[in-house]
Design a protein around this ligand. Sequence first.
Ligand code: T4K
Length: 375
Amino acid sequence: MSASNRPIYVTRPHLPPLKEFVDHLERIWASGVLTNRGPMHRQLEDELARHLGVGHVALFNNGMQALVTALQALELKGEVITTPYSFVATTHAIVWNDLVPVFVDVEPGGFNIDAGRIAAAITERTCAIMPVHCYGWPCDVERIAATAQRFGLKVIYDSAHAFGVRIGGRSVLEHGDLSVLSFHATKVFNTFEGGAIVCPNAEIKARIDRLKNFGIRDEDHIEAVGLNGKMNEVQAAFGLVQLRHIDAAIERRGTVCERYRELLAGTAGIELPRSDRSVQWNHAYFPVRVREPYPISRDALYERLHNNGIIARKYFYPLLSELPMYRNLPSAAPANLPNATRLAREVLCLPLYPELTEADVERIVGIIRVPERFP
Ligand code: T4K
């Protein structure tokens, strides 16, 4: 297959030099410790806390288990206010804790929950807010904190997309009571599968460490109905190696985004994601909105790109509030969620990863600029 017609996926995992990973594997072989908070696991927790500029990190085998455990650790009961515009794991984690999701619309012109609408959705059953920093773009963290404080609510950020993001020099992961990362293969920083909870202090981290290990306190005591959420040593080793190369990978992602911005600027009906100098973004996704006067619909553009080997994705369609298990919730009514409903029908995430070449970007943009010329 020639370079001009090979498929281009929405993302590809960034793979560090194999030799560095093999060196780490040799150390695992020598130690005989494969999992259960081994030396690689402990080292990665320390290095990530330093790299991200946060207090404490508890590693997990994936982001979903981390979300479930974060909610469990805060001992919540009742309703959790959240966004309908996310990946299914966000709402599923709420329901796995026997909590009820309450959807609040996203902000006009943005991708995140509308912080100004949260107060109106609060009832006497509300116990927490679970916003998502969608595509790595920070939520209105100050306003969410003020609302939470006013009503005595916990805040758990789904920060699956927000690895390394900073606002005004401070990690966005320090906001909220807990913040949850995903290290899935499709993420900016990956450990094949993986995730983490960013914790403000050693006490809550210790509790979370017990919850992710079946709730075991010590050999004689099991204190809670925990799950098995432990990251193994091979995953942690991959994370350690990847961390050495992550700054260069994020920088390269930024270059690709800049190129998209230059080449797509002025394309009528293609709205580019906003940029803001006070945010140190991680260039996790490149979502464009496809709307009038663009000559074809978002779905038609998606088809046109696929027909030409460009596997862009409709993240996040369908809306979570439209899924069969959630659509009967009172807050799921489309009339309650007009901005999110529109977004889910207009957004297309373009391919974005460090190894995407200049020629790849030109090939993608060529189709978007004049879709009529392509089958
Ligand atoms: N919260 C939010 C807001 C999330 O977005 C996610 C996950 C979570 C929580 C839960 O975190 P985890 O439990 O996953 O750690 C993907 C990912 O599976 C999922 O992690 C991610 N969000 C979601 C947005 O995207 P799919 O079903 O789109 O993945 P898939 O397999 O279609 O992969 C997309 C493309 O990536 C493929 O076309 C090719 C490429 N790819 C994928 C994999 C897995 C590779 O090149 N290599 C690979 O190994 O869900």
